[in-house]
Structure formats: structure tokens, C-alpha cells
Design a protein around this ligand. Sequence first.
Ligand code: ADP
Ligand code: MG
Length: 392
Amino acid sequence: MAWKTLDDMDLNGKRVLVRVDINVPMADGKVTDATRIERIVPTITDIRAKGGKPILLAHFGRPKGKHVPEMSLQPLVPTLEQAFGAPVTFVERPDGDSLAALPADAIVLVENTRFTPMEEANDPQMAGFLASLGDIYCNDAFSAAHRAHASTEGVAHHLPSCAGRLMQAELEALEGALGQPVRPVVAVVGGAKVSTKLELLGNLVAKVDHLVIGGGMANTFLAAQGIDVGKSLCEHHMTDTAVEILAKAKAAGCEIVLPADVVVAAEFAAGAANEVVANDACPADKMILDAGPTAVARIGEILDSAKTLIWNGPLGAFEIEPFDTATNAAAQKAATLSKAGQLISVAGGGDTVAALNQAGAAADFTYISTAGGAFLEWMEGKTLPGVAALEG
Ligand code: ADP
Ligand code: MG
């Protein structure tokens, strides 16, 4: 890999600027889900064990370059202290001298980087100022790496830089799934629309051996083949694009797998009366809400012979029972194979993570990315500026 990790850096006595993502959900001034904070603990612990002084840089919410008191990072201090097992010093307006004066074992949290417009503008002055606060830059915020901001990209050009443990884990998992994967590789892509995942599909067909398409977007592919999908969610204006993707897949030797059978209902509602029909037999007054049992069995076969899986998007309307059936079954199959050491499985995406949790499958996946937009851009084959800056 072209980037350094904490193992490559001499941190003893150094001030280490650590870009983290602690944009956690809050209610009534309290953190309601500390997952993101828990995930940066190894990085902070390692820096301190190596004699470094962590200075945390992070954004919170979307203050749009203004000082918005409700978006201060200060209320996070107790949760951070609990997670790190050590005191955290909050600094509203940092300067080099006052940070240097803090004890060697201090942990510093700097106020929301987005309280100035210079952050999102990646203003060189701000990058230079941030760099003056530290000796080393460590980026542990993969989820913000698709943005070239002063604290995620600009500052890296001024200091010796490395990836934190979470960033490292994420990059290694993603590299293992799409960079240099063990073949055969299968991608499962579902969700509502082709239009939001066009670049993703285009990149994947060139890289994977099987591409399983499910969810609402499968309807667009069925329609592209002249199939009447009734009242199903379907982007009829995207059928030409679907045909192009099918052709690109064929040229690249990627097998596209559409559901052979589907579950149809008259309405998008929990417990709606439903039936399984062939994929070309959706009644005109019904909609496809899930993949059928034959489709699930086929996906299971593909997973059985695959070595690597990358997954984004549910196979059906997983929020409403029983249309979570195909997603649950495929997720549980992937989890079982992963647990048995037969499959490297990497998944990401907001609804995908929710669906895999709901299926009770997430814990057995090799890696679950919580990075959202950055994960998708990476799957699209894009260069993430925050990662590229570490390589430079
Ligand atoms: P992610 O957030 O993981 O990237 P998406 O947002 O692309 O996933 O897709 C999730 C959405 O797709 C869910 O709200 C789900 O209900 C919807 N969906 C999946 N299959 C269908 C379908 N057949 N008809 C309508 N909506 C569907
Ligand atoms: Mg979504």
C-alpha cells in the first residue's frame, strides 16, 4: 500500500493531529449512539502508547462555515473521556503555544472544523494553520475522505502523514474486496434506483465475476429487456442505460444475475397480500417488492462458489415484512460462509448496514463499512482525496 500507518511513524514526544469522524447522533445534548467514537479508540490508544499527544480534529453537522453553538463538539467530551479512559481537553480556539503547554499525556479536542468556511473550501491558509499545531498528521476519518477539506486533505501536504487504525482497516478491507481480490468475486447491488448507482454498476461490471442485481433497480433491468413490470418502482427513462450496462458486462465477462422470480403485491405496505411469480409475470396492477425463492437459491449457489463478496443495497423493500425475506436469506448465507472462513465479505451503505443488522448477519461479515458516501465513491472507482493525500 502506498500510505503509511501508525506503525511507520515515530510518535514519541510528537503532537499528532488526528482527523476523526465523531459526527455521532445526539438528542438533548447527549450522545445516543457512540459507535463512531468507539471505533477511533484503537488509534488514540496507539498514539498515546507510542508517546504521542493526540489533537483531534473533527466536524459536526453542517454549520456551513458559521459558528453554530448547537453544533459545538464540546458536549461530546464526556463520551470521549469514557471511551478513551482519560481526560480530554476541549479547545475552542487552538494556538500552537497553548497546545504545546498541555501535559505530554493530554488528549486535545479542537472545536468543529466546519465553523469556518475555510475548512470546506480547503483554504491553504487553514491547512497551513492546522499543520502548525502538530508534528504529524494522522487521518482516521475514511468516511470524510471523499471530501477535499483543509482538515482531511490540505493539511496532509504539510506534515508527515499516515492512516489511523480505522482508516487502515477500511482501506485494507476495501482493497481486499476490489483492489486485489481473491476470485471469483461477486457483487450484490440492490436498492431503489439505477440512477443513484450508475457509476457503481459501471465500475463493478469491469471488476467482478458475477453481479447480482436486486431491489427496485432490478425492475429497470427487467423493463430494459422488454418485460412489463406493472406498477413496480422502475426508471423507464434509464432502460437504455441498463442495456449499456448489460453490454459492458458481457464484454468484460461479468455475469449479470437478475431475479428469475419475484414477490409481487398490490401495495407497498407491511403484510400486504403477496405471491411469487416469474420475473415476466408481474400483473399490471401489482408491484415487485422482493426477489423470489428461486432467485435466492441462485444467489446462494453463486455465494457458495465465490471467494469474495461486495454488497451494497437490499434485494427488496426490506423495511416492510415479509419483503425482507430475500435480503435476510442472502445476508445470512453470506454470514455463514464468512464465519466458516470461505468468503471474504465486505458491505456498506446506510440501508445496507441496517438490513444486515436486521438480518442478524452483520457481525459475521468480514467488514462492514459505515462510511456511506466515501464507501460508495470508492466502489465507483473514484480516487478519494483524503486517501490520495496520504499517498502523496
Ligand atoms: P443503501 O442506503 O444501502 O445504499 P439504497 O438507499 O440504494 O441502499 O436502497 C434502499 C432502498 O431501496 C430501501 O428503502 C428499499 O425499500 C428500497 N427498495 C428495495 N427494493 C425495492 C423494490 N422492489 N421496490 C421499491 N423499493 C425498493
Ligand atoms: Mg439509502
